[in-house]
Design a binder for this molecule. Structure first.
Ligand code: UDP
Length: 239
């Protein structure tokens, strides 16, 4: 059988771009299904799972405002993009028979549940996967901050940030072959050296609440489960 996990409840944060596959825009259903497989194997271990998915594969507020759109309006468009991604992930998970809830920070009752903390906790206790959508519900924030906020509210033991690379490097490993991976790095080092883990407000919020961030590769099949069982390479950000 599967080795027991070292964690009881976790937050998985992925960027919208992780859902694009080889495309340069939007959603690639086989890629969404592949990520759903990764999540399924962790769900089978009995771990309670929260998810936040970004929206950058569809729309980013900064991109809209650079084109002359009002920033807050553009940010709301970005938040709506995350709802589409959340629904795509819900669909892929439910196709496997996994119970999920999409919980939106912006009310849209026909599409998703509103965010009510105690209700979300109850879903997790019943082993339903909670996909938190629409970011924090506020402009000028990112989904990294939303993931950190919800992880704190849900008492997750850590945030798992799934990326294209297997941890945090001193420079971009896809550009520099001599880039070095950190096994462990402190929040302050991430902030001071501008290491591209998450944005500064998300890092600060994690630091102030002692929430570890584990950066790992989502491209590695079985990678998410392996990291939860203490195998594979990753970087742990903590104090
Ligand atoms: N966004 C926002 N408030 C939030 C979360 C997200 O305004 O709390 C907007 C923001 O415009 C952002 C977009 O939604 O650019 C998509 O989120 P993000 O850039 O974090 O997505 P990712 O890079 O993870 O795909």
């Amino acid at each position: 059988g599967t080795k027991p996990a070292n964690y009881k409840r976790v937050m998985l944060k992925i960027s919208g771009e992780a859902l694009m596959g080889d495309q340069n825009y939007g959603l690639n259903p086989p890629t969404v299904a592949r990520i759903a497989n990764e999540v399924e194997s962790v769900h089978k271990m009995g771990v309670e799972i929260c998810m936040v998915i970004g929206g950058g594969n569809i729309f980013r507020g900064l991109q809209g405002s650079a084109q002359g759109m009002e920033r807050t309006t553009a940010d709301y468009m970005g938040m709506l993009a995350t709802v589409m991604n959340a629904l795509a992930m819900q669909s892929a998970l439910e196709a496997k028979g996994i119970h999920t809830r999409v919980i939106s920070a912006i009310r849209m009752d026909e599409v998703a549940e509103p965010y009510i903390r105690r209700r979300a906790v109850r879903h997790l206790e019943k082993k339903r996967i909670c996909i938190f959508a629409a970011g924090t519900g506020n402009p000028y924030f990112t989904t990294d901050t939303a993931a950190t906020l919800r992880a704190n509210e849900m008492n997750c033991e850590a945030i798992f940030k799934g990326t294209k690379v297997d941890g945090v490097y001193d420079k971009d490993p896809q550009k520099f072959p001599d880039a070095k991976r950190y096994d462990i790095v402190t929040y302050d080092e991430v902030l001071q050296k501008h290491l591209g883990v998450m944005d500064a407000s998300a890092i600060a919020l994690a630091r102030d609440n002692n929430l570890p961030i584990i950066v790992f590769s989502l491209d590695e099949p079985g990678g998410f489960q392996g990291i939860l069982e203490g195998r594979g390479t990753s970087t742990r950000v903590h104090d």
